[in-house]
Design a protein around this ligand. Structure first.
Ligand code: NOJ
Length: 531
């Protein structure tokens, strides 16, 4: 039997370069810092790293405002450092994914600067979305930016340009041949340097329809974009799905073309789409056999610690991805959402990690998740997220999840930098450093190391997933895969069940298996090895 491609069941560790490790004391993480600490990632037992952007950027949106997609920002190092990092990853048997940001460039990109110098109607402007306003002082339509405020900014000759994010992130026009050709060049550039694939930013946003028409519900959309506004996932999804700039049919021919490029390399290249779509069936369109390999499933990033909801999310994802033969993805945290510990609680976050690492497909870990880091409390004066500024502080933004990693020592910045970190690291994290948690068997880090080793030993390619317990009044769900059975107890009571297996690992030390009775502590999960 041929081995499945590396990414089908991979564990992928997301590195946010700015906050991983700073090797030169400027307070910002860099590529050499990543190389220096890559052993930590490989010791964890993951298969691949995904590097968030490290490209030339004025850094108005944490590097997702790219001014040169084929070079490294001096804050993060240079191309030589990137090559050294890729070589170290290869030596450690880690695959490398890099971010590609095709929806927009930075306003500092040479193309946008040229567009500003050029006339309305010129080829330079045609690479972006420049239009006259409805009136001399009103934008072409009422679309809003995902970071708050209007999605249009006016330039000195009266035209307006579209930016779904910050005004420093002008949207690219994917009808334009220069844009298509330039991204193909960028894909090849990084593939030729040895990377194994891409995480595609705003993958659902490249094709826009009815660009001169108003969107009928900008306020609804604005609420849907705010995680602090109470709204069901269903309602949120619907509001996001109705906008004329997301999930349009036109995006798919782009990925079919990219797929041909990936397949022209003689190693297994993969790409994972960041695509917030609704209804969930729409996600399968990104991973049809001639398109991308994976699409992020964001359900678990927002799901509460509730057996019914978790069961539904997982079951639906497995079924949907099965319809197109794609491998599912699971993520509990990333750089855009509150960290899982802050969202559901410490015990609950460990329980979720253990439970999801047994599932078929790829699990994504956001740096620091393995340490059990919560979001950091920040003063408003420290915040840098454009969403905070564009909403005049109504949205606090994503900085709390992006605080640099604590590595060692007793005092902040805990070995992250010899200088002043770009965001302050809480002194309270002294017990959460890599150094402190290493060797402490009760720590989150050691739990992650052990569970990833068990996953590798027991589950690697097994596709034989079955639910052994569906939601009922107990609050417990469980599944079998390979030779393990994995339980999740979402209730506040201990749960007991007969089991003839052996105890493998639990997220709570109070859980045990004695005389064929498995006792699972409240808000916890456990892996049982079946005989
Ligand atoms: C999604 C990225 O994950 C986020 O950090 C960024 O702000 C937006 N896309 C815009 O690029």
């Amino acid at each position: 039997m041929s081995k499945s491609p590396w990414w089908r069941n991979a564990v992928i560790y997301q590195i946010y370069p700015r906050s991983f490790s700073d090797s030169n004391g400027d307070g910002e993480g860099d590529l050499t810092g990543i190389t220096n600490h890559l052993n930590h990632v490989s010791d964890l037992g993951v298969d691949a790293i995904w590097l968030s952007p490290f490209y030339t950027s004025p850094n108005r949106d944490g590097g997702y405002d790219v001014a040169d997609p084929r070079d490294v920002d001096p804050r993060h190092g240079n191309l030589e450092d990137a090559k050294i990092l890729f070589a170290k990853a290869r030596a450690l048997d880690l695959k490398v994914l890099v971010d590609i940001v095709p929806n927009h460039f930075s306003s500092e990109h040479v193309w946008f600067k040229a567009a500003l110098q050029a006339q309305p109607g010129s080829p330079e402007r045609a690479r972006f979305h420049f239009y006259p306003g409805k009136t001399p002082t009103t934008p072409p339509n009422n679309w809003i930016s995902l970071f708050g405020g209007p999605a249009w900014t006016q330039v000195s000759d009266g035209q307006w340009y579209l930016h779904l994010f910050d005004s420093s992130q002008p949207d690219l026009n994917w009808q334009n041949e220069d844009v298509r050709a330039d991204f193909e060049k960028t894909l090849r550039f990084w593939l030729d340097l040895g990377v194994d694939g891409f995480r595609i930013d705003v993958a659902h946003g490249l094709a826009k329809e009815n660009i001169l028409e108003d969107h009928y519900d900008p306020q609804g959309l604005s609420n849907a974009l705010r995680l602090d506004v109470e709204m069901s996932a269903e309602a949120r999804g619907k509001l996001l799905a109705t906008v004329p700039f997301f999930d349009r049919d036109g995006v798919h021919e782009i990925y079919r073309q990219w797929r041909k490029i990936f397949d022209s390399y003689d190693r297994e290249i993969m790409a994972v789409a960041e695509a917030w779509v609704h209804p969930p069936e729409r996600a399968t369109r990104y991973v049809r056999p001639d398109e991308l390999q994976q699409v992020f499933n964001f359900d678990l990033l927002v799901a509460p610690f509730n057996d019914q909801i978790l069961y539904q999310c997982i079951d639906r994802t497995l079924k949907l991805m099965g319809t197109v033969g794609a491998s599912p993805t699971w993520a509990l945290s990333n750089h855009d959402t509150p960290r899982v510990v802050s969202r559901v609680g410490e015990n609950e976050s460990r329980a979720l990690a253990l439970f999801t690492f047994g599932l078929p497909g790829s699990s994504y870990i956001f740096q620091g998740q393995e340490l059990g880091l919560p979001d950091a409390e920040l003063e408003d004066c420290d915040r840098q997220d454009p969403a905070f500024f564009r909403t005049h502080g109504v949205q606090k933004g994503r900085d709390g999840a992006r605080v640099p990693l604590p590595w060692s020592g007793e005092a902040a910045p805990f070995g992250f930098s010899s200088g002043k970190p770009w965001l302050p690291i809480p002194q309270g994290w002294s017990s959460l450093t890599v150094e402190k948690e290493s060797g402490d068997l009760s720590s989150s880090l050691e739990m992650y190391r052990k569970i990833l080793a068990l996953r590798k030993e027991n589950l690697l390619d097994s596709a034989d997933f079955t639910w052994s317990r569906r939601p009922d009044e107990s609050g417990v769900i469980s599944y079998r895969r390979g030779n393990v059975e994995v339980f999740l107890n979402t209730s506040t009571q201990e749960f007991q069940v007969q089991s003839s297996g052996h105890f493998a690992i639990a997220s709570d030390p109070r859980s045990k298996l004695e005389l064929n009775i498995l006792s699972i502590a409240p808000s916890s999960s456990a892996w049982i090895a079946l005989s």
